[in-house]
Design a protein around this ligand. Structure first.
Ligand code: GLU
Length: 295
């Protein structure tokens, strides 16, 4: 811990696709605690790239509910800071620049497969998270072999519904030491496959946007839910390819409901909004994390 005192920069990065729930609150609270004990800064970033799912009403609610819960950030969409904008939809140039770099260095290839194609062609082994392993249909194909440049990228993107995938180094062990879960190892090509970094609807995919932003915002430790452990391995490959410094990682166990089901935005009664409207006191909620839900 001492090496990060005073230089620590953590972040919370909600997506405004619904009301935040207790699971988010618990992870964000941990992020705030980690920033506090390291005497560092906490950054709030609005991850609103998916225009079809993100709604302005949830942006407002997110800020309000997080403040009600007792979260305080030093930089963010509402208060600014040196590394803004802190809203992903306002950062297209940063993502395009990274895409061009990956294109020029041969790390990515264009993919013409629809989601249905991928599901049909994919078979066991199953990955460790929900993303189906890409069967490699477009890897090494015509589009992969061509020398890519910016013009061909634009032509492709405009004329066809293509996405861009990162070519993972099959068989390589990607390891990192997680602040909570300890040593982690994932095998590229087995635990995760060639992942999407740019979507067919011409918006950056989560993996690329989050790496570009965490690097640009000088985040030193990423605190988030354990559902993203495998994604961390993907992201380490992106940090490498983009020559960015890899931050530390601290993944939090997920909060589940009384049936052991992981909380999601559909658990309306455990949304911060509902807890607040029902007259709960945030201090009490924090004292009883494990009473209202198993953790
Ligand atoms: N915006 C992502 C989410 O809400 C968080 C991603 C991250 O923390 O890396 O799931």
């Amino acid at each position: 811990m001492s090496d990060q005192v005073g230089t620590y920069r953590g972040r919370i990065a909600p997506s405004p696709t619904g009301y935040l729930h207790l699971g988010h609150a618990r992870t964000f609270w941990t992020a705030q605690e980690r920033a506090r004990i390291h005497q560092g800064e906490l950054i709030l970033r609005n991850e609103d790239l998916d225009a079809a799912r993100c709604k302005p009403v949830f942006v407002e609610a997110m800020l309000e509910d997080l403040r009600w819960f007792g979260l305080q950030w030093h930089e963010g969409p509402d208060c600014g800071g040196a590394y803004g904008p802190y809203v992903q939809s306002a950062r297209p140039l940063a993502y395009q620049q990274a895409l061009r770099h990956l294109l020029a260095t041969g790390h990515i290839y264009s993919c013409y497969c629809s989601r249905q194609d991928v599901l049909r062609a994919a078979s066991a082994p199953h990955p460790l998270d929900e993303e189906v392993i890409y069967p490699g249909t477009c890897r090494g194909g015509e589009s992969d072999r061509q020398t890519r440049n910016e013009e061909s990228y634009k032509d492709d993107q405009q004329s066809r519904r293509i996405s861009w995938r990162f070519r993972v180094p099959d068989g390589e062990v990607i390891s990192f030491n997680d602040g909570y879960f300890g040593q982690q190892e994932y095998i590229a090509g087995r635990d995760f496959g060639d992942f999407m970094i740019w979507r067919h609807d011409d918006i950056p995919a989560y993996q690329l946007a989050v790496v570009v932003d965490d690097a640009a915002m000088k985040i030193t430790e990423v605190v988030r839910g354990s559902d993203l452990l495998v994604s961390t391995a993907r992201q380490i490959l992106l940090y490498r390819a983009l020559a960015f410094k890899v931050p530390s990682f601290y993944h939090c166990p997920l909060v589940t409901d009384e049936n052991g089901v992981r909380l999601a935005k559909r658990h309306a009664s455990l949304s911060l909004r509902a807890l607040r409207e029902a007259g709960n006191d945030p201090d009490e909620v924090r004292r009883h994390w494990s009473v209202c839900c198993k953790v």
